[in-house]
Structure formats: structure tokens, C-alpha cells
Design a protein around this ligand. Structure first.
Ligand SMILES: [Mn+2]
Length: 245
């Protein structure tokens, strides 16, 4: 039986120097644990507070996490990385250089006979047409490639960083019933035959069991440091206490 780990919303680069240092050490100790004990790792988006990659350029400041991920894949641990609304602008660096499996869209996997569905969690709020339009624009391949052609990386990445901060202020101040929307979506998936629906995005750890089906929100690594563990067909949500004092 395999042992599989799940995390979401680490938002590397979001905090001040000291917070980031602490978060990194904490995350690295977790990844070392996964390296020794796991078979697979799922990252459900917003690993970075901003990841904006050009064909030949990646953002500065994250080299240690990149080599950590490579350590995992070199040890034959399968790393699945579903892109979130803060780190969607991925080219092929993670796949080609780090051996990570990258997903641009929500996806399904069967594990130990159970059907699991993974979604970052954005765009599921009720009556939030504005965000859905914005999401379409921000993910449009033509617009993304035009942006990269026009803007030098120093400017393009800086601009992406500042709009990421604006987007957080916007999303954290809206009340479109995001929690409800996510749970409703999960229930819809249960009706389609899925057994587990897992998300992140709203930074609120949550576990809802219903007729043997499971909705999981993995929380975040900003204030909760929560992770999921699936072992012998049993799912548990835990808090990583690693190197925190
Ligand atoms: Mn998000």
C-alpha cells in the first residue's frame, strides 16, 4: 500500500524575510519526511505567491524549493502539481527540469480503488461571474504569450507580483459564499461517482464526510501548516509541527 501526501497554498514569497525563512525550513523538513516515507506528493496550487515563468527565464528567490522537488522526483517519488491562481503561469521548467507532473486543469485520479478529484478551488464561489471572466483572460494562451513578448521579464514578473497582491486583497475581501460554492461543487462530484474531492485556495482547513464520501480542504502553510496523508486507504488531515518552536 502506498503512502501519499497532500498540501496546498504554501504561498512561498508572501511573507517578510523572517516568516519566509521559518516557512521554508518547516516545508523543507516536511518534504524530507515525504522523501523518506512517501510514494507520492500532491501540491494543489499556490505553492508560490507568484510564479511567472518565461520560456527562458524563471523567477528568482526559490532555488532551494526547486532542488528539493528535484530530490523527490529523483528518488522516484511522484510529484503532482496542480497550478493555482497565483502560480498558473508555468512553462515547462517543472516538467522538463524537475520531473514534476504539472496540471493546468482540475483532474481525477484513482487511488486504491477510490476516485479522487483535485481542484485548486478558485472560481467556485456562487455568483462570481467577475472572477470567472478574469480567470478566462488571465489563462488565455494568446494573452499570456503576448504579455511575455511585450514585457521584459524584470518588468513582467514585477507586474505579476503587484497584481498578485491586488488580487489577494480583492479575493480576501469578497464574500460570494466561496466556502458554500466549493462544498456544493464537491457534492456535485459525489453524485457523479467521485469518492473524494480535494481543494485548497481558501486557506481554511476543512473535512466533511457524507455517506462515505469526503470533501477535503487542505488549508494552507501560512498559518495552519496542514497536510493530508493517505495510507492504507485511510485519509487523515494533520498539522506539520516539524521545526516550529
Ligand atoms: Mn488560490
Amino acid at each position: 500500500m502506498s503512502k501519499i501526501f497532500f498540501i496546498s497554498d504554501v504561498h512561498l514569497g508572501l511573507g517578510n524575510k523572517q516568516e519566509e525563512e521559518q516557512k521554508r525550513e518547516n516545508l523543507f523538513s516536511f518534504l524530507d519526511y515525504v522523501l523518506l516515507n512517501g510514494n507520492e506528493l500532491f501540491i494543489l496550487g499556490d505553492l508560490f505567491d507568484v510564479w511567472f515563468e518565461y520560456k527562458q527565464v524563471i523567477p528568482k528567490g526559490h532555488h532551494r524549493i526547486l532542488t528539493k522537488l528535484e530530490d523527490l522526483t529523483r528518488k522516484k517519488i511522484v510529484v503532482h502539481y496542480l497550478l493555482g491562481n497565483h502560480d498558473y503561469w508555468n512553462e515547462d521548467y517543472f516538467e522538463k527540469e524537475l520531473g514534476v507532473k504539472v496540471y493546468h486543469e482540475p483532474f481525477e485520479k484513482t487511488i486504491d480503488g477510490k476516485r479522487l478529484y483535485f481542484h485548486h478551488g478558485d472560481g467556485l464561489a456562487q455568483n462570481d461571474t467577475g472572477y470567472l471572466i478574469l480567470k478566462k483572460i488571465l489563462r488565455n494562451p494568446f494573452i499570456i504569450s503576448l504579455y511575455k513578448k511585450i514585457l521584459h521579464p524584470d518588468f513582467g514578473i514585477t507586474l505579476a507580483t503587484s497584481s498578485s497582491h491586488k488580487s489577494r486583497n480583492y479575493t480576501s475581501h469578497k464574500h460570494y459564499g466561496e466556502q458554500d460554492g466549493m462544498l456544493l461543487f464537491a457534492k456535485e462530484k459525489f453524485r457523479e461517482g467521485l469518492d473524494v474531492v480535494m481543494m485548497g485556495h481558501n486557506h481554511e482547513p476543512k473535512l466533511v464526510e457524507e455517506n462515505g464520501k469526503l470533501y477535503v480542504n487542505l488549508g494552507d502553510w501560512i498559518s495552519h501548516f496542514t497536510y493530508g496523508e493517505l495510507k492504507n486507504g485511510k485519509f487523515e488531515m494533520k498539522v506539520w509541527k516539524g521545526v516550529m518552536e
